[in-house]
Design a protein around this ligand. Structure first.
Ligand code: DX5
Ligand code: ZN
Length: 224
């Protein structure tokens, strides 16, 4: 089933619980949490105490996107804080195989992220170790950026590769996703669409979530 993951980076942090409730009432069951360290990416966002607090108010799956330089040190901490799914950047992991195994050993689903400039072939040797692969459709660090169209080609290629290998990992996309491009993203083979601004920077986040989910799910009917 195609899923929309609201990215809380675009929410009003002063009212985070209420913002989360709005999208959950509309049917959201996974929340995307962007962790930035001001080192791997040129921005600082939220950390372990915020994940702990969110964990207490939701049963949704927490999809924690680590944009940090030292994921091996912190991934276990985020899992202890309540992350269900941890995503690490290929570019931040010299020992990616070890990092993915570490995440699974700590009881979370293991995801890997590719920046726009990183080819999918860099994952050839670890595709059987991942539960989800996230294709960045912006350069990470900020919400509200324009979608990079080449991400569609990467999703298509990864979807073909998944079929060839007979694997089941989910394909996720993050950055610049909205009503305008969601159908094409799904038709390319994507399962999970992260959306920040197009949900929370609207007058009615619940409604924006529902519209995006409907558009994405309808597109599965004409999937290639
Ligand atoms: C960007 C983050 C995204 C961001 C997406 O580095 O990884 O998750 O929140 O925001 P939008 O949907 O506004 O592009
Ligand atoms: Zn993200």
């Amino acid at each position: 089933m195609v899923e929309i993951l609201p990215s809380i980076l675009a929410a009003n942090f002063a009212r985070l619980g209420e913002e989360i409730a709005k999208v959950e009432r509309a049917g959201a069951s996974m929340l995307h949490v962007d962790v930035m360290d001001g080192h791997f990416v040129p921005n600082i966002s939220i950390g372990i105490p915020v994940v702990e607090s969110i964990r207490k108010i939701t049963r949704s799956k927490l999809d924690v996107h680590l944009m940090i330089s030292d994921p091996d040190t912190y991934a276990p901490e985020f899992i202890r804080a309540g992350a269900d799914q941890v995503l690490v950047h290929q570019e931040a992991c010299p020992h990616l195989d070890r990092t993915l195994r570490l995440i699974r050993e700590h009881g979370a689903l293991a995801g890997v992220v590719l920046n726009p400039a990183t080819p999918i072939a860099t994952l050839n040797e670890v595709l059987d170790l991942v539960d989800h692969v996230l294709i960045m459709s912006v350069n990470p660090g900020f919400g509200g950026q324009a979608f990079i169209p080449n991400a569609l080609r990467k999703v298509e290629a990864l979807s073909c590769r998944r079929k060839e290998l007979g694997l089941q990992f989910a394909i996720e996309i993050d950055g610049g996703v909205g009503l305008d491009n969601a159908p094409a993203i799904v038709r390319a083979g994507c399962d999970w669409l992260v959306a920040g601004s197009s949900i929370f920077h609207t007058p009615d986040p619940g409604r924006a979530f529902s519209e995006l989910q409907r558009a994405a799910r309808e597109a599965t009917l004409v999937r290639v």
